[in-house]
Design a protein around this ligand. Structure first.
Ligand code: FSO
Ligand code: SF4
Length: 518
């Protein structure tokens, strides 16, 4: 096996040998590579003869399957490879697949640029798949999957690949806009919401991952059954959506970010439903309580199929009974509630007030502390950074990295909380929308705003978001906790020269860099 697609890759060079740091075994990694090779074949067939509804679905499912912490089950991966090959043959017989190993063995700059495209496409596939589940599609977004995948199997110069890297960011921006539309038109515009971390007594179900559609179906099926529903990790922003919030049994949030699940789920008296990543290798103390659905699967765990009949999860919740008394859980800084729901709708409703506070000098700076959490010890940087931000600054958060700081009480500025959670990782779209609106209000370039992006990355969705920010010309991004192993020194040079991307250092140094001496 060879895999270096995520932040925790071994020695920050690549996972090799019998298993990756995420627990993905060598055979699974090799099947995932076979799946990507087959998807390049499918892209070639489609580019010759045109797409089908089936090829569109398979491209999204296939790429999503290979994202970190989504699928650990060889049987489902192999079944998908067969389906992809069959569809390719039906579209354009005798189209060859492409061995993705060729990319791993290529010149390091070509490998780096092709990795940026492939990993960006994987992340974008997740967003396109969530939109697709809500029946939102965009032909331009879909067509680019085929264009990008076909290009991976061809020889291109570094310049040609670099322009495809930026095009991936451009198309991902449209994809995130589509998902934003899908979510807000289906579930309403998110509203600021305080979410308890306490678990009430009685049967409950924990829902993890990003798929709001799956959550909604489960809420419907558990209505009036005496079962409470708690979000976990990236599902937390669901509480802000009016049409999900309306379910009285959507009670609160369980636990913190994904990398703490093996500890937090230990002996939990309830089932956990994984709708997407991040699933970690399942420990025995809760293995009879893990259920998967959609693209997620794991050997021996019960999988809820396309009929979305959650009866096995509901029966398990009743059998587990939940806690026999209220369980007051806490965030990592000891807080007992967190807030969410400050998407672009809610923030821009206050745009006039925000602009005014900036003009009066009451708000000096905005920090977007966004991105994914992970196990790396250096990630406490983000908690420290947030604690050290001056009182006249606002922190915008998104994705699961927020659990490092979202239970902190950092106060308010004239009634505006200093921490505003914009949502899941795809809600980077909200942050961009707000930034562009502020740039318009202040009649300046977005890079001249008093706004800094302090990002944390973990898996491939973060890659497509980063490419979108670069495509939009956003400069001076601080990126941590480590730089991606798949960025070669020459490619890094380009990113530094054109965008002044910087690795995070210490909170004090970085704050000084961004705000000037204290
Ligand atoms: Fe986190 Fe996992 Fe949302 Fe990622 S739960 S790490 S970037 O899947 O997608 O933020
Ligand atoms: Fe290693 Fe990350 Fe790949 Fe898992 S997904 S094998 S941890 S690089």
């Amino acid at each position: 096996m060879f895999c270096f697609q995520c932040q925790q890759t071994a020695h920050n060079t690549g996972c090799e040998g019998s298993a990756g740091v995420c627990g993905k075994k060598a055979d699974t990694a090799n099947y995932q590579d076979d799946l990507v090779s087959a998807l390049i074949g499918l892209a070639r067939a489609v580019r010759k003869k045109g797409a089908t509804e089936k090829s569109d679905e398979l491209m999204l499912k296939g790429l999503f399957t290979t994202i970190t912490n989504v699928n650990f089950y060889n049987d489902t991966i192999c079944a998908l490879i067969d389906e992809v090959n069959k569809e390719k043959e039906a579209i354009a017989p005798q189209t060859d697949n492409y061995d993705v190993q060729t990319i791993w063995d290529d010149d390091e700059d070509i490998r780096s640029l092709k990795s940026l495209i492939l990993f960006g496409l994987k992340g974008m596939a997740a967003y396109a798949y969530h939109s697709y589940a809500l029946e939102y599609t965009d032909p331009e977004v879909q067509a680019f999957f085929y264009e990008g995948m076909e290009a991976l199997g061809e020889e291109h110069t570094a310049d040609e690949l670099l322009s495809l890297v930026l095009k991936t960011g451009d198309v991902n921006y449209k994809c995130m806009a589509m998902l934003d539309r899908a979510n807000t038109e289906t579930y309403g515009t998110p509203v600021p919401t305080t979410v308890p971390l306490t678990i009430e007594k009685g049967p409950f179900i924990v829902v993890s991952g990003h798929d709001l559609h799956d959550l909604k179906l489960l809420l419907e099926q558990t209505k009036d059954k005496g079962i409470n529903i708690y979000t976990h990790s990236e599902m937390l922003p669901a509480h802000g959506y009016p049409k999900l919030k309306a379910y009285p049994h959507l009670k609160g949030n369980f636990g913190t970010a994904w990398q703490s699940q093996q500890f937090e789920f230990h002996n939990i008296p309830a089932p956990i439903l994984f709708t997407t990543n991040c699933l970690m290798p399942v420990r025995q103390s809760y293995s009879d309580r893990v259920f998967t659905t959609s693209i997620v699967s794991y050997p021996e765990m019960v999988h809820i199929g396309e009929d979305k009949d959650f009866t096995p999860v509901i029966e398990k919740a009743i059998a587990c009974k939940g806690y026999d008394r209220e369980k007051p859980l806490k965030g990592i800084n000891g807080g007992s509630t967190v807030t969410t729901g400050f998407g672009h709708g809610a923030v821009l409703e206050n745009a006039g007030k925000i602009v005014d506070l900036v003009k009066k000098g009451k708000i000096r700076h905005f920090f977007l502390i966004g991105g994914c959490d992970g196990a790396a010890p250096g990630r406490s940087y983000y908690t420290e950074f947030a604690k050290k931000t001056p009182m006249d600054t606002i922190i915008l958060t998104l994705a699961c990295g927020k659990y490092r700081l979202n239970d902190l009480d950092l106060g308010e500025i004239e009634g505006l909380p200093r921490i505003l959670d914009m949502g899941q990782c795809n809600d980077a779209y909200s942050a961009i929308t707000v930034a562009l609106a502020l740039a318009e209000a202040f009649e300046c370039d977005v890079n001249e705003l008093p706004l800094s992006m302090v990002l944390s990355w973990y898996e491939q969705k973060a890659v497509c978001i980063l490419l979108t920010l670069l495509h939009l010309g956003i400069k001076n991004i601080l990126l941590g906790p480590t730089l991606p192993a798949f960025i070669s020194p020459n490619v890094l040079d380009i990113l530094v020269k054109n965008y002044n991307i910087m690795p995070t250092s210490t909170p004090d140094e970085d704050l000084e860099k961004l705000l000037g001496p204290a």
